[in-house]
Design a protein around this ligand. Sequence first.
Ligand SMILES: [Zn+2]
Length: 161
Amino acid sequence: MQQLYASWRMSYIEAPKHEGGCIFCDFPAEHKDEQRFIVHRGKTCFVIMNLYPYNPGHLMIIPYRHTNIYESLTDEEALEMHALTVKAVKVLKTVMTPAGFNIGMNLGEVAGAGVAGHLHRHIVPRWNGDNNFMPVLGDTRVLSDAIENSYRKIKEQWEKD
Ligand SMILES: [Zn+2]
């Protein structure tokens, strides 16, 4: 197996550091979309792969605006979130042919939100047995490669659709 992995890739396997900042504000502001696995930038929301923990095809739709108050979403933000959710489902169906999806938001730490300060909608494709899609995840090199591959395929299809 090839072992030509740049060190920056490995760092994405580790959980992000919070230290006062907000990764969902920082990631789009960095303009390193490839390294951050940002799939699409909309007007009010962006689409990014969820890596912590990594699940094949797990995407998040996130408003650029830093808020954790669901009812504060403007109509424009809410409509774009919906439109991007629809597109994400279409793209994932084409690229990964899942048997189903979980779509939803966790509001507040008590509800399981990993980044509780900044709203985000999860799109999680599901398969029967769920482990068939990618047999080995124990090896970080395999994981890193799998993440890259999924990103390319999803992004390609997103731009085509
Ligand atoms: Zn934020």
